[in-house]
Design a protein around this ligand. Structure first.
Ligand code: KG4
Ligand code: ZN
Length: 334
């Protein structure tokens, strides 16, 4: 079965064709980062309008890269939440309507379920059950993935998501938005031991996270330096990144020990962070799986993959066009 997947939950328009027998056939992505950059964050109204402008060209590009036509598609999957309501409505309206027009089933996909299962797109894919560290701009969660649609949240951030902490720190260092990748690049030039930032919640039991205190610690250091020279900015970036990675590592070790799991999946935009990837790979006796870099951040391929799995089980949505800007992962099974 060939499934068209559509992603439009935030500032990326993505489309992909996934074949349940041959795997991913092609995908296309358009990022609105340059559009939102002057505003220092995503402007929801501009995001929706840009999705409207780009969705048809991006779907056409994905079809052409996959060397298929709409006549070959047997199902449509679209992100229905969580995310920005207006942005979600563009992909959901397009996907649900296209399904109706082609007389094929359409299925609403949970964006985070897409991230969680993105490593399944790789040749070296994990087998159920596994532990997942989901680290994106809006979420930081440790999830026990039992099987498709069956997830147990073991711990999550009580305040800022880790990607949000990267973005806020990057903004303080004048790195633009979203600044996670730019901060990681700057950190390569810095001394990670110059500033001792906190490793939040490690002194408490459990698997929850908290990153707002870490951000405040960075604000305090920035305020102590009326002039931030390039080396100090790099040292702050490196020290911040090390504090985040050590915190995530410690919680992963704890979760692996508590669950006895031997496979760990790292997904979401912060999963692109090289220090995090390297550090996790060093965990003893554990198989670690990552999506390829381009599928760590938002994309249509992960939505096509998850949608295809539900369509194979004959799950499909009715003709109503519904989006869920706030949608808990554990309610995601259709
Ligand atoms: O998963 P994603 O594309 O969107 C959400 O669903 O939120 O994640 C975006 C987040 C942003 O906060 C971005 O700064 C962060 O991922 N990010 C990174 C890196 N690349 C992207 N954070 C740290 N290091 C990176 N290399
Ligand atoms: Zn995402």
């Amino acid at each position: 079965m060939q499934v068209l997947g559509i992603e439009s939950s935030c500032d990326e328009t993505g489309a992909a064709i996934y074949d349940t027998e041959c795997g991913l056939l092609g995908h296309a992505l358009y990022s609105q980062v340059a559009l939102h950059d002057p505003f220092g964050g995503v402007v929801p109204e501009l995001a929706s309008r840009d999705h409207v402008r780009k969705i048809i060209p991006i779907v056409r590009e994905a079809l052409s890269k996959a060397q298929v036509t709409l006549a070959d598609i047997q199902g449509v999957a679209y992100t229905a939440g969580p995310g920005l309501a207006g942005a979600l409505l563009v992909g959901a309206s397009f996907g649900r309507t296209l399904g109706h027009a082609l007389n094929i089933p359409a299925v609403a996909v949970h964006h985070m379920e897409g991230h969680l299962l993105a490593p399944m797109l790789e040749l070296n894919a994990p087998c159920f059950p596994f532990l997942a560290l989901l680290v994106s701009g809006g979420h930081t969660q440790l999830v026990k993935v039992i099987e498709l649609g069956h997830y147990e949240i073991l711990g999550e951030s009580l305040d800022d998501a880790v990607g949000e902490a990267f973005d806020k720190t990057a903004k303080l260092l004048g790195l633009g938005y979203p600044g996670g990748a730019a901060l990681a690049k700057l950190a390569e030039l810095g001394d990670a031991n110059r500033f001792q930032f906190p490793r939040p919640m490690l002194d408490r039991p459990g698997l929850d996270f908290s990153f707002s205190g870490l951000k405040t610690a960075v604000v305090n250091v920035v305020n102590q330096h009326p002039v931030l020279d390039h080396q100090t900015r790099a040292d702050i970036a490196a020290s911040f990144q090390l504090a985040v990675v050590e915190t995530l590592m410690a919680k992963c070790r704890r979760a692996l020990q508590a669950t006895g799991m031997k496979s760990l999946v790292v997904a979401g935009g912060v999963g692109a962070n090289q220090l995090l990837r390297q550090s996790l790979q060093e965990l003893a006796d554990i198989n670690v799986f990552f999506p390829r870099l381009e599928f760590c951040t938002d994309n249509g391929a992960m939505i096509a993959y998850v949608g295809a799995q539900y369509l194979l089980k004959n799950y499909a949505n009715d003709l109503s066009i519904q989006v869920y800007p706030r949608w808990e992962l554990f309610n995601s099974s259709n």
